[in-house]
Design a protein around this ligand. Structure first.
Ligand SMILES: Nc1ncnc2c1ncn2[C@@H]1O[C@H](COP(=O)(O)OP(=O)(O)O)[C@@H](O)[C@H]1O
Ligand SMILES: [Mg+2]
Length: 417
C-alpha cells in the first residue's frame, strides 16, 4: 500500500482537486483506493456529493478512538464513491484534534496506526491535508510514503514557496523517515507567457523532483467539483481527466523507486535542495509589468524615468518588491489592503473589524490587471481577517503574519501602530 499525502500550507493551490481526481483516476486504473480527508472543512465530501449532514462518524472519531484505546475501525466510517474508490470523510471536529491530543504520546502517529490496520485492503491511500502545518498535516506526513506538493502556477503564488517547503523541512527533521517528495504544477495556463516561463524555470530548478505531468487550468474540474463528481464521471473526455490519468500513471511508475538505493536520501536533504532552488527561482524571475498601461498616464512617467540620472539602487529582494504593491500597509491613518486575483469576480474582506461579514467590505478592482484594493479607517490595535474570493475564504497570500483559527486554517493578523 502506498500512502500519498497532498500537502501545501497555502489554501487554494489545488490540493483537494488533486486529491479527489488522483484518487478517482487510480481507482479507474484498477487500484483499490481510499481517499482520507484530513481537512476539517470537509471539502472532499462536498466535492464528491457526500451529504455532510449525514456524516455521523468521521476520520476524527477513528483517530481519537484509536488514541483512547476505544478503536473504531476505519471501515465503519467509509463512503463508497465508485468501484474501488472509497472516502473517509472529515468533520469540523477535526479542528479540535490538535488541542485534544496535546500532551498525548505518539499523537503524530494516529493516522499511520489506523492505516496500518488496513494496509492489505488498499493499493493507494490519498490524504488531502488542511492548509496549515499542524498536527493533522504532521500525521499525514508520518503515514506517507509519498508527498505531492501542488504548486499553483501563478507568478505571485510562488511568493512564499520556499517558506512552505521550509515548513516541510522542519516537520521532516522530527520525522526522519524516507519518503518520496514531488512537486506538481497545478492550475497551469499554457496561454499565458508568464505561466510558461514559470513552468520552465521550475523544471530547471526542481528537475527530477517535479512531475512531468502538469494539471492544466480546466474549468471542467471546477464544474465537476461544484456538482459533486470526480472529473472521471463528469467529463471523461476532458483535458482535466487526461491530466489526472497521466498523473496517476506517472505516480504508479515511480512505485519501485521509493525502495531503491538511489532514493534513500532523507526527506530532509530533499527539502533542502528544493527549498534552495525555490529561493533561487524567486530571485531570477523578473517582476511582471502591468499589462498595456494607459498611454496618457504612462508616457510622462516613462519620460521622467529616462531624464533622471541613473542612481545606484540597492538590490532589493523579490519579497520587498512584492510588498510594495500587495499586502497591507498603513497610510494616513488608514490601512490599505492590496491583493492580486486575476480570475476573481468578487473579492471581500472579513475580519474582527466587520464582525466577519464579507459583504460589508468589498475590495475594488484596480486599474492594474487582477489587482484588488480597499482602504479601511482602522485605529491602533491588532486585527484578524481573511480574504473571501468568489465566496472562498482564504488567508491573505501577501501577509505573512498569520495564526491558526479554530477551523484549522490561518487568519491573517494585522498590527496597526
Ligand atoms: N486545475 C484546475 N483548473 C481549474 N480550477 C481548479 C483547478 N484546480 C483547482 N481549481 C479550483 O480552485 C479552487 C481551489 O482549489 P482546491 O482544490 O479546493 O484547493 P485547496 O484544497 O488547496 O484549497 C477550487 O474552486 C477548485 O475548483
Ligand atoms: Mg482543500
Amino acid at each position: 500500500m502506498r500512502t500519498v499525502a497532498i500537502i501545501n500550507q497555502k489554501g487554494g493551490c489545488g490540493k483537494t482537486t488533486v486529491s479527489i481526481n488522483l484518487a478517482s483516476a487510480l481507482a479507474a486504473k484498477g487500484y483499490r483506493t481510499l481517499l482520507v480527508d484530513m481537512d476539517p472543512q470537509s471539502h472532499c465530501a462536498v466535492g464528491l456529493a457526500v451529504p455532510e449532514e449525514q456524516i455521523e462518524q468521521s476520520v476524527y472519531d477513528v483517530l481519537i478512538g484509536n488514541a483512547r484505546g476505544e478503536p473504531l475501525r476505519m471501515k465503519e466510517i467509509l463512503w463508497q464513491i465508485s468501484d474501488r474508490f472509497e472516502l473517509a470523510p472529515s468533520s469540523i471536529d477535526l479542528a479540535a484534534f490538535e488541542s485534544q491530543m496535546s500532551g498525548i504520546m505518539d499523537r503524530e502517529n494516529c493516522l499511520g496506526t489506523v492505516l496500518g490496520q488496513i494496509q492489505e485492503e488498499y493499493d493507494y491511500v490519498v490524504v488531502d491535508c488542511p492548509p496549515s502545518v499542524g498536527l493533522l498535516t504532521f500525521n499525514a506526513l508520518r503515514a506517507a510514503t509519498d508527498v505531492i506538493v501542488p504548486v499553483e502556477m501563478g507568478y505571485f503564488s510562488l511568493h512564499g514557496l520556499s517558506k512552505q517547503l521550509e515548513t516541510l523541512q522542519v516537520l521532516s527533521e522530527q520525522c526522519r523517515q524516507k519518503i518520496n517528495v514531488m512537486v506538481l504544477a497545478s492550475m497551469y495556463d499554457i496561454r499565458t507567457k508568464m505561466g510558461r516561463e514559470i513552468l520552465a524555470e521550475l523544471r530547471k530548478h526542481f528537475g527530477g523532483r517535479m512531475f512531468q505531468t502538469v494539471v492544466n487550468f480546466n474549468t471542467k474540474l471546477k464544474e465537476a467539483a461544484s456538482l459533486g463528481q470526480p472529473i472521471s464521471e463528469y467529463d471523461p473526455a476532458s483535458k482535466g481527466y487526461k491530466d489526472f490519468l497521466n498523473l496517476a500513471e506517472e505516480l504508479i511508475g515511480t512505485d519501485t523507486l521509493v525502495h531503491k538505493a538511489e532514493l534513500v536520501d532523507t526527506l530532509e536533504a530533499r527539502i533542502q535542495t528544493i527549498s534552495a532552488s525555490a529561493e533561487e527561482l524567486l530571485a531570477t524571475i523578473k517582476e511582471p509589468q502591468p499589462e498595456a498601461p494607459d498611454a496618457e498616464v504612462a508616457r510622462p512617467a516613462a519620460a521622467t524615468a529616462q531624464t533622471e540620472p541613473a542612481k545606484a539602487q540597492p538590490q532589493r529582494t523579490f519579497e520587498e518588491k512584492v510588498a510594495d504593491f500587495y499586502g497591507v500597509r498603513q497610510e494616513d491613518g488608514s490601512v490599505v489592503f492590496s491583493t492580486l486575483y486575476p480570475r476573481a469576480k468578487r473579492v471581500e474582506i472579513a475580519g474582527d473589524f466587520n464582525d466577519w461579514i464579507p459583504e460589508q467590505t468589498p475590495m475594488q478592482m484596480a486599474a492594474e490587471n487582477g489587482k484588488w484594493v480597499t482602504k479601511l479607517p482602522l485605529g491602533k490595535g491588532v486585527y484578524r481577517y481573511r480574504l473571501v474570493v468568489d465566496g472562498h475564504w482564504q488567508q491573505d497570500p501577501y501577509n505573512e503574519n498569520a495564526e491558526p483559527n479554530p477551523f484549522g486554517e490561518l487568519n491573517s493578523v494585522l498590527h496597526v501602530k
